[in-house]
Design a protein around this ligand. Structure first.
Ligand code: TYM
Length: 327
């Protein structure tokens, strides 16, 4: 029996290379050895205000980009969260078992709620319970995510454990899987901030659909420092971030990269990095164009994904309801 992988992405902002390098490419490579389920989490997206017309389009765009990046709908289940209502139902039940104190410790809520002040929704606070439901519905063993989601996956595990302690074995305990390199890709304009889909500044991130010229221009303008030598030094976050992106895409070792750029400057690294990013995105962009050429294709995949996910989710939900004494 293969182990089960589950992971998700919010259809908000853009898919930038942080999300790609920190998470999506791992989902793609794990398909070989795991039973994979990948979800476009639209219910999470509405925890902050969304324009309905844009949201609907973005859900399809994100699904298309995941397929273009290599998620294989034959081997993996790709679906939209709101198409399987068991996610909301289990989230409610989990709400009744997750202590407030656990939720109040979530750093992402604290950061996001500062930005939104009094407009912050209950849904944003409750976001981790819905995420726990996503994971626990599918008897998930491993959850590959970037650094920023580790605390949420741990909360899902704690919630599962607490429920199991009360009602006996019900949920599989999931483990977060965080990559050694690239778990936190930083913004190009400000390497002290995580590259984020909600930062709108031009030059903050590289989107998977950016043209070669836009990619080159963003990388050449990336914030660095006044040093010159190209070395992996964490105290120089700008150059460290660019080197990390280069390291992941080329698959070369740190020493190898440092010797490649010995005697050269930051500008040389930026030029070389721009070319490797352009080349890694070129086939993905080409596949995206092919996938979107047939307007019904993505919808058909998502429909079939939901049909495969639903029975798995319904089975877990029934088990939970039975334990709790519902119905
Ligand atoms: P989201 O949509 O913010 O991001 C998708 C994935 O990309 C990772 N990521 C990054 N990795 C490295 N560097 C970055 N700058 C960077 N930015 C984003 C994220 O860690 C994530 O793995 N809450 C989740 C979605 C979700 C989910 C789930 C994930 C909902 N339910 C169940 C796993 C399991 C989120 O907002 O990811």
């Amino acid at each position: 029996m293969k182990k089960r992988v589950f992971s998700g992405i919010q259809p908000t902002g853009e898919i930038h290379i942080g999300r790609y390098l920190g998470a999506i490419r791992h989902w793609v490579s794990m398909q070989d050895n795991y039973d994979s389920i990948i979800c476009v989490v639209d219910l999470h997206a509405i925890t902050v205000p969304q324009d309905p017309r844009l949201l609907k389009g973005r859900i399809r765009e994100f699904a298309g980009l995941l397929l273009a990046a290599g998620i294989d709908a034959e081997r993996s289940i790709l679906f939209v969260q709101s198409h399987v209502s068991a996610h909301s139902e289990l989230a409610w039940i989990l709400n009744c078992f997750i202590p407030m104190g656990w939720m109040q410790r979530m750093t992402q809520f604290k950061e996001k709620s500062v930005k939104q002040k009094e407009q912050v929704s209950v849904g944003l606070f409750d976001y981790p319970a819905l995420m726990a439901a996503d994971i626990l519905l599918y008897d998930t063993d491993v959850v590959p995510v970037g650094e920023d989601q580790k605390q949420h996956v741990e909360l899902a595990r704690d919630a599962a454990q607490r429920f199991n302690n009360i009602y006996g074995e019900t949920f599989v305990l999931p483990e977060p899987v965080i990559p050694d390199v690239g778990a936190r890709i930083m913004g190009l304009d400000d390497p002290n901030k995580k590259m984020s889909g909600s930062e709108m500044g031009v030059g903050h991130s590289i989107a998977l659909l950016d043209s070669p010229d836009v990619i080159r221009s963003k990388i050449m303008k990336a914030t660095t420092d006044s040093h010159r030598d190209v070395v992996f030094d964490e105290s120089r976050p700008g150059i460290f971030n660019l080197l990390t992106i280069y390291q992941i895409i080329t698959g070369e070792g740190k020493k190898e990269i440092e010797s490649r750029f010995a005697g050269k400057g930051y500008g040389d690294l930026k030029k070389a990095l721009a070319e490797v990013v352009v080349e890694v995105l070129r086939p993905l962009q080409e596949r995206y164009r092919q996938i979107t050429a047939d307007p019904g294709h993505i919808d058909a995949i998502l429909k079939s994904g939901a049909e495969k996910a639903r029975p798995l989710a319904v089975r877990t939900l029934a088990r939970v309801k039975e334990k709790v004494g519902l119905g």
